[in-house]
Design a protein around this ligand. Structure first.
Ligand code: ZN
Length: 154
């Protein structure tokens, strides 16, 4: 996103707000060069990425689907919609900068989890139980035990 005043590429985001109905994101930005501020309305276009499911099936990456999964995990928790949108933005930026166009769904899951852990520990557990697709209760218990350590230490 270039500055409309001086065309400098380097701008910082001051504030992000989701538009109603998931129509996009409104951002307040400041140019790092000339210091002028401007607002952008960003509409998300699906990024062209193949997601390999645990079953081996390949699907196209779908932002809405990922958002829905995270929002479900955050249901009734004190997590801002903006935080969720930002989390997905951050992941998409990472995904877009990869050299390959394929990624395992479990890798995306781990990317979400490491960020969700900073936002809400219960949402993190919920997301993990869905996304990591544990083989049995024991595997989940081990995961929770490991996570508790992470939560205490972070
Ligand atoms: Zn500028």
């Amino acid at each position: 996103m270039n500055c409309p005043y001086c065309n400098n590429e380097d701008t910082s985001v001051l504030e992000s707000r989701g538009l109603p109905g998931e129509a996009g994101i409104r951002r307040r930005r400041e140019c790092k060069k000339c210091g002028k501020r401007f607002t952008t309305h960003e509409r998300v276009v699906n990024i062209d990425l193949k997601v390999i499911k645990k079953s081996g099936r390949v699907e196209l990456y779908n932002r809405e689907k990922l958002l829905k999964g995270i929002k479900k995990a955050c249901y009734k928790r004190k997590v801002d919609n903006t935080d969720i949108e930002n989390l997905v933005d951050e992941i998409e930026t990472k995904l877009l900068n990869r050299k390959t166009v394929e990624i395992k769904s479990s890798d995306i899951g781990k990317m979400v989890l490491s960020r969700l852990l900073r936002l809400d520990d219960l949402a993190y557990m919920r997301f993990a139980s869905v996304y990591l697709d544990f083989a049995d209760a024991r595997e989940f218990q081990d995961f929770v035990a490991g996570s508790k350590r992470l939560i205490i230490n972070h």
